[in-house]
Design a protein around this ligand. Sequence first.
Ligand code: CR6
Length: 833
Amino acid sequence: VEASIPEPLREAWKKHSATEFTNKEEFEKDLVRHIETTLARSLYNCDELAAYSGTALAFRDRLIIEWNRTQQRQTFTDQKRVYYLSLEFLMGRTLDNAMLNVGLKDVARDGLSELGFRVEDVINQEHDAALGNGGLGRLAACFLDSLATLNYPAWGYGLRYRYGIFKQEIVNGYQVEIPDYWLDNNPWEFPRHEITVDIQFYGNVKKYQDENGRISHLWEDGEIVQAIAYDVPIPGYGTKTTNNLRLWSSKASSGEFDFQKFNAGDYESAVADQQRAETISAVLYPNDNLERGKELRLKQQYFWCAASLFDIVRRFKKTKRAWGEFPDQIAIQLNDTHPTLAIVELQRILIDIEGLEWDEAWNIVTKTFGYTNHTVLPEALEKWSVPLMQNLLPRHLQIIYEINLFFLQSVEKRFPNDRDILSRVSIIEESHPKMVRMAYLAIIGSHKVNGVAELHSDLLKTTLFKDFVKIYGPDRFTNVTNGITPRRWLHQANPRLSALIAEKLGSYDFLKDLTLLDKIEAFVDDKAFRKEWAVIKRENKLRLARHIKATTGFDVNPNALFDVQVKRIHEYKRQQLNIFGVIHRYLSIKAMSAEEKKKVVPRVSIFGGKAAPGYWMAKTIIHLINKVADVVNKDPEIGDLLKVIFIADYNVSKAEIICPASDISEHISTAGTEGSGTSNMKFVLNGGLIIGTCDGANIEITREIGEQNIFLFGNLAEDVEDLRHRHFYGNFKLDPQLERVFDAIKDNLFGDKADFTALTSSIEEHGDYYLVSDDFNSYITTHEMVDEAFQNQEEWLAKSITSVARMGFFSMDRVTNEYADSIWNVEPLDVTD
Ligand code: CR6
């Protein structure tokens, strides 16, 4: 349908085109208009929430105007675009970020103040958009910020979950999960009821001969669910580019099927169908680094991949280009294996619907996709049962078998004497039931595979994907070390530090080119600068202390060393190592004389993070932390020397308070298990030091900032296998200091010891898979070095400043440019030209 306004009438239209506020007066006007009309409130009836909504709507107007221009411009120019497919986008709050990115936070602050509001209070009204579990989801959000900031024509595609990651409450020391219904008056999304895609499930496949005598496949019957698009504008920092994040929501299709039921008087069943369809986008699976093979999860994956692919293909077809140009126009990045079905879906569209030959289609497909792997943990690698897929996606399973056949044939030709290799690399695992190995499918269907930090990418090449390196050669595999956006993780989270740096460097240009930070190293001996740096850290600690007081009731001493570990709770991340270390410290202090106690460096050990609801061991760790907190925090012999805090419901907006307030943070995974980690970067960028293992991006952080500025400890990845092997063959001896800790637990010092048996016995009796005992001594000793170093505040400050100065490498902008050059082959497009 031609829906554009006829040429001669466009002048009239343009005269009234929407305009953007640029100053305080105009902002206030927009704000009041939205409160009075959009929200139907008045000056007698405007609380902080209404002020938030009004402010958000005023900024949304601006964003959508720029969004429109950007999209028109990108369509007109029609150059190659990037599509980032991710089941998770952990966006956090939007208003503060939008204000800063468009450069109008001061305008908003002044305007709101004239009407009786504080901008900080207004910002705090916003509910986090928490459509993600942890690092993988936050990485996707950082990508969107950088893609827009660097003017890449790029869209994100995801699911519009009705419930994001659950909210965590701590009740009697246990985690309780509360559903996160976040969509009530969310001003940041635009429903596009006119943009819908019908998605098919189940049914069966019929073979037939088309008019050219070619064998074709028809996927018929089954059930249809409708995908509806919701668009979220993504503003770049200091640019007009405003990209799009398109999230799909599921709804029953209004097709005949329902009406038949409805007309037959089967009203209840028709409504039940409706409900079932809506379930697809109802909830984010709350597992981090774990896949459980649930049918609904597979439905989510296909629903989202199919809707996104339909949308991408529809946009391409409008350009009337030849199919061969598809990979020159489109790059699709798969955020982990969750969107791997997109590979199969594109092949299906090209051969079954568009009538291309298999080889031509497959050539297009593999040139289009890139796959990012985020973990080597076996429990996180996706496998789908063949019978499940056969039932839900019969045509896709056929295509997968076909892909596998051609692939194995080519492998056999190249390695005729290696019979084993075929079963090792087959997409189909010959188990009962048979399983589809999604990572293998993703490798075979992509032209580039990358890991997220150097060690991780090396491990992929030497272990998990070793055979594929042999088959495709090393060039198919690459590394792009993760990064973070300095806009949110420095400028927004730590505005005073950002301002101090800007003052020294003469501008905020470092927010667009983070390598400029290296210029602050010249001020490391500047007294006034150092003083200001220290004051800012203290202010940030006070802010966190207030949050802790308000949420837990505990007072913490801002002069104490703040020691933070916030991230998902997982055995491989070893929060248990941390809390055992805390118990060790507690026992040591208890055994001290009054004289000795005077030398103790006061500490606050801060924990935060969610456990997957079904991950019992992780929940036990949370329980232990809270029990230890109960005992330690109330012990009069301890006083200020040690406090243990569990911050409930760790999320993006809490991270923005926590990261700037740490003296030291913990990144202590068993070597070789953490893909990258990204909070390590956030803490260092905010002037905190870190204690960590030689794992993930810790290694590159060390290389950048210098090993004198980081506290490394523990066994190396290359020794892990050997140690595990030795444990297995009975050569396990519990570290004596850890034994003291276990004895205290077994003496019921932290409540009923039975509550923690699983935790201690996994180490003592079941092989200590995560090497907690092996690393314990080194961990304790290194913490003693931390105490020692903290006593020399001048030295500590120098380490802090130097580290920040050397963090330029970890900007998400560097990451985005690397993907653009080495994987996507896309160029930026300046929409202001
Ligand atoms: N859990 C890795 O474990 C990495 C992020 C982003 C993770 C983490 O080390 O920083 O991805 N992996 O690359 C997965 O989610 C599978 C994560 O967030």
